[in-house]
Design a protein around this ligand. Structure first.
Ligand code: FAD
Ligand code: NAD
Length: 475
C-alpha cells in the first residue's frame, strides 16, 4: 500500500500533541494524530497523561477530598454544624472517571470537527519523516509527513527493589483508583505528585508518611514558600521524613514493608498502600526506529533546539519528551508555537514565564526566578511580600494562610519572579504571568486597581511593598 501523505503527523495525543493537531487543522494543514491510549471500555482515550492519569483526575480527587475535609473541620467555625458525614470512595472515584470520559469524548468530537485523522494505536518514526502506524484495530500503514511532531510525553521513574504491582504498590495511575481509604499510606518522594496525592488520602482519613530522599522539601521552590508549606503540611498531619533513602519494599500479608535509611540509621515501616512518585522520564522507548536520525540526550529526552527542532529537519519534539518543566500548559503552548511557526513563519513561546502550581492546601504557585536563583546569579533585586492574613477577604473566607512575594530588578524594577502560597494561588498567579510577559514592573502591578475585597489585593500590596509603601502592613 502507498504511504498516506499528510502535512503534519503527530505522535502522541496528550495536551502537547492534541493541541498542536487542532491548531494545525485550524491553519488548514492536513493532520494525522496518533495516540495509543484506550479507556477500560476499549475506546480511544486521547488527552494523554494529563487527562487520563494526571492533572484532571488528580484535581477531581483533590476537590472531592477538600469538600469532605472542609465539612469535617472548617464548617463549624462558620456556624454550620453537619452531623453524620461519611465518604463514599466508590462514588468519588466514579465521578472522577466520568469527568475523564466526558473530556475524552469531547476531544474525539474536536478531532472530527477539525477534520483531523485520528489513529488509536502506536506510532514509530522511521527515516525520511515516515511513520509506521499500528492501530489497535485494523491494519498497519505508513504515513509520511511534510512535518512530524513527536509528543509522546513521559512515564514514571521506577526505583530498584520496589516493584509496582498496581494494587499495594502503585504509581500515579493506581493512586487514583483506591477502592477504600488506606489506614496507613506510604509515599516515596515528597514531590508534586506525592504531596498532592498524599493530601487527597490524608484528608479522607489515611495516616500518610512521605519518604523523601533530599534533605529539603520542594527544593525547586522559593525557600520562604517551602518553609511555609512544610509548616502547613505538618499541621495537617502529613508526616514528611527528609533524607530518607528507600532500599526496598515488599508485599506480604496485605501489607507493604518499606526499608529505608536516614542519618539516624536503618528503619522499616509497614503500610496498607505505597505510592511511588519519584519523578518522570521521557517516553522515548519504542518511539524511534534505529535509522530515524533523531538524537536523544543522555537522560533519554529527545534533543531539541529552542524552536523544538530535533536533529532531523522538519521533525519536531515537544512537551514532557523534551527539556523544560513537565507541565501540561508548557506542552500545549510549545506544540502550538511550533505549528504556528511552521505554518505562518512565526510562533511565540517563552520558557521563562511558565507558571507552576502545586494544588495542595494551601496552593503553591510561582513564576520566574526564586530569591535563591537571583542571589546565585548575583543579580540586584528588591522584594516585597504581603500576608493573606492582612486581607479582609482571606479572613472572611476563613482561609488566610500564606503570602505573596514579588521580586523585582533593583535598577529598572522589571518583575523577576512572583511566589504565592495560599488559597487560589493557582488563579492569582495568572495576572503575574501576564505582567511578566508584558515586561511589566512592580510599579505596574502597584498602580493597577484591584477589586476589594479580593485575595488579589495581596498581590497588589506585595507590589507596593517592593517600594516599601504597602498600605495594610508596616513597611
Ligand atoms: P502526555 O500527556 O504524556 O501524552 C503523550 C501521549 O502519547 C500519551 O497518551 C501516550 O500514551 C502517547 N504515546 C506515547 N508514545 C506513543 C507512541 N509511540 N505512539 C502513540 N502514542 C504514544 N501538569 C500540569 O500542568 N498541571 C497539573 O496539575 C499536573 N498534574 C499532574 C498529575 C499527575 C499525577 C501527573 C502524572 C502529571 C501531572 N502533570 C500536571 C503533568 C502533565 O500531565 C504532563 O506535563 C503533560 O501530560 C505532558 O503532556 P505531553 O503531551 O507532553 O505528554
Ligand atoms: P517530582 O520531581 O516533583 O518529585 C519527585 C520527588 O521524589 C523529589 O522530591 C525527589 O527528590 C524524590 N525522590 C527521587 N528518588 C527518590 C527515592 N529513591 N527515594 C525517595 N525520594 C526520591 O516528581 P513527581 O512528583 O513524580 O511528579 C513528576 C512530574 O509531574 C513533576 O515534576 C511535574 O512536572 C509533573 N506534575 C505536575 C503537577 C502540577 O503541575 N501540579 C502535579 C503532578 C505532577
Amino acid at each position: 500500500m502507498a504511504d498516506k501523505e499528510f502535512d503534519l503527523v503527530v505522535i502522541g495525543g496528550g495536551p502537547g500533541g492534541y493541541a498542536a493537531a487542532i491548531r494545525a487543522a485550524q491553519l488548514d494543514l492536513k493532520v494525522l494524530l496518533i495516540d495509543d491510549r484506550q479507556g477500560d471500555d476499549g475506546k480511544p482515550a486521547p488527552g494523554g497523561t494529563c487527562l487520563n492519569v494526571g492533572c484532571v483526575p488528580s484535581k477531581a480527587l483533590l476537590d472531592s477530598s477538600k469538600h469532605y475535609h472542609h465539612i469535617r473541620h472548617d464548617y463549624s467555625e462558620h456556624g454550620i454544624n453537619v452531623d453524620d458525614v461519611s465518604m463514599d470512595v466508590g462514588k468519588m472515584i466514579e465521578r472522577k472517571r466520568s469527568i475523564v470520559k466526558q473530556l475524552n469524548g469531547g476531544l474525539m468530537q474536536l478531532f472530527k470537527a477539525n477534520k483531523i485523522e485520528f489513529a488509536n494505536g502506536r506510532g514509530k518514526l522511521l527515516a525520511e519523516r515516515r511513520v509506521e502506524v499500528r492501530p489497535h484495530d485494523g491494519d498497519s500503514f505508513t504515513a509520511v509527513g511534510k512535518h512530524v511532531m513527536l509528543a509522546a510525553g513521559s512515564v514514571p521513574f521506577t526505583i530498584p527493589n520496589v516493584e509496582i504491582d498496581g494494587k499495594f504498590i502503585v504509581d500515579n495511575e493506581g493512586v487514583l483508583e483506591f477502592d477504600a481509604v488506606p489506614a496507613r499510606m506510604g509515599v516515596i518522594g515528597a514531590g508534586v505528585i506525592g504531596l498532592e496525592m498524599g493530601s487527597v488520602w490524608s484528608r479522607l482519613g489515611a495516616e500518610v508518611v512521605l519518604l523523601e530522599a533530599m534533605d529539603e522539601l520542594l527544593g525547586v521552590v522559593d525557600q520562604d514558600l517551602s518553609r511555609a508549606a512544610a509548616r502547613e503540611f505538618k499541621k495537617q498531619g502529613l508526616d514528611i521524613r527528609l533524607g530518607a533513602k528507600v532500599s526496598a519494599a515488599e508485599i506480604s500479608d496485605n501489607q507493604v514493608k518499606v526499608s529505608y535509611t536516614d542519618k539516624n540509621g536503618d528503619h522499616s515501616e509497614s503500610f496498607d498502600r505505597l505510592l511511588v512518585a519519584v519523578g518522570r522520564k521521557a517516553a522515548s522507548n519504542g518511539l524511534l526506529a534505529e535509522d530515524s536520525g533523531v538524537e536523544l540526550t543522555d537522560r533519554g529526552q529527545v534533543k531539541v533546539d529552542e524552536h523544538c527542532q530535533t536533529s532531523v529537519k522538519n521533525v519536531w519534539a515537544i512537551g514532557d519528551l523534551v527539556r523544560g518543566p513537565m507541565l501540561a500548559h508548557k506542552a500545549s503552548e510549545e506544540g502550538i508555537a511550533v505549528v504556528e511557526a511552521l505554518a505562518t513563519g512565526y510562533g511565540h513561546f517563552n520558557l521563562d514565564t511558565i507558571p507552576w502550581v502545586i494544588y495542595t492546601d494551601p496552593e503553591i504557585a510561582w513564576v520566574g526566578k526564586t530569591e535563591k536563583e537571583l542571589k546565585d546569579e548575583g543579580r540586584e533585586y528588591r522584594s516585597g511580600s504581603f500576608p493573606f492574613a492582612a486581607t479582609g477577604r482571606g479572613l472572611a473566607m476563613g482561609n488566610a494562610t500564606g503570602h505573596v512575594k514579588i521580586l523585582a530588578d533593583a535598577e529598572d524594577d522589571s518583575l523577576l519572579g512572583v511566589q504565592i502560597i495560599g488559597a487560589n494561588a493557582s488563579e492569582l498567579i495568572a495576572e503575574c504571568v501576564v505582567a511578566m510577559e508584558f515586561h511589566g514592573t512592580s510599579e505596574d502591578l502597584a498602580r493597577i486597581v484591584h477589586a476589594h475585597p479580593t485575595l488579589s489585593e495581596a498581590v497588589h500590596e506585595a507590589a507596593l511593598a517592593v517600594d516599601k509603601r504597602a498600605i495594610h502592613k508596616a513597611n
